[in-house]
Design a protein. Structure first.
Ligand SMILES: [Zn+2]
Ligand SMILES: [Zn+2]
Length: 239
């Protein structure tokens, strides 16, 4: 028997765009294309190429969904909005992150320094307005329906997107999932660490079969779900 590859086990129309810092995703169905996050280094070329190979132009992109406003997710946001003309959906609390004006404090000032350096060196992360503010429980009419799941902690407006059709959660930066290294984001990147435990429990309660974070090695939602369960056992008692 020939085993299905990891990509084949995933829902059709889910395309990973691998950048230098992490992943973003194109969700494609008959109604059009949705971009989840926009990446930092290398993604515009990848996104353009992937859409072209799928037979789409930029105007096929109906929406840009944002998990949160860290620079590795919004670096190409201004480009993506201008290139596609698509509206930006994000939690209103992420606007300051998007614009590079978030009032970092304490240990997260290191994140501020990293992002400022990135903006300066890479000339990315221009201020960009949220067009459609999203909130927990909103049902978005994309990819067969995506429910907004507010998962604060990493940032205050950090959101996941849950597809009931595919029983799949895009979990943003709730955790990162690499071989031998499944972890919560490091402390310098978490604006409100006291909220992380509840967000982890929230995902456990939703209990999706498939989880797709934004930093991972393989596009395999079953694998990331298994790793998430192991992570919970390890970190929840300490949070
Ligand atoms: Zn982040
Ligand atoms: Zn990230």
């Amino acid at each position: 028997m020939i085993h299905a590859t990891r990509q084949q086990r995933m829902p059709p129309g889910l395309h990973a765009i691998r950048g230098v810092m992490g992943m973003c995703h194109l969700l494609v169905d008959d109604a059009g294309v949705v971009l989840v996050d926009t990446g930092l280094i290398g993604e515009p070329l990848e996104i353009r190429g992937k859409l072209r190979r799928l037979g789409y132009g930029p105007d096929a992109v109906k929406a840009i969904l944002l998990t949160h406003g860290h620079l590795d997710h919004v670096g190409n946001l201004a480009w993506a909005k201008a290139w596609t003309g698509a509206p930006l959906y994000a939690h209103q609390l992420e606007q300051a992150h998007i614009d590079g004006t978030y009032p970092y404090a304490g240990i997260t000032l290191w994140c501020d320094r990293l992002e400022r350096t990135g903006r300066l060196l890479l000339r990315v992360g221009q201020p960009t307005s949220i067009d459609v503010p999203i909130n927990d429980g909103d049902e978005l009419p994309f990819w067969g329906g995506l429910r907004v799941v507010h998962l604060p902690g990493h940032t205050l407006g950090h959101c996941g997107f849950y597809s009931a059709r595919h029983d799949l959660l895009f979990s943003g930066d709730l955790f990162a999932s690499y071989f031998f290294n499944v972890h919560l984001p490091p402390a310098i990147l978490n604006d409100a660490p006291h909220l992380i435990a509840d967000s982890l429990k929230r995902v456990r309660a939703i209990n999706p079969s498939l989880i797709v974070p934004q930093h991972y090695d393989w596009l395999d939602g079953t694998l990331h779900r298994r790793r998430f369960d192991r992570l919970l056992q390890r970190v929840l008692p300490r949070l």
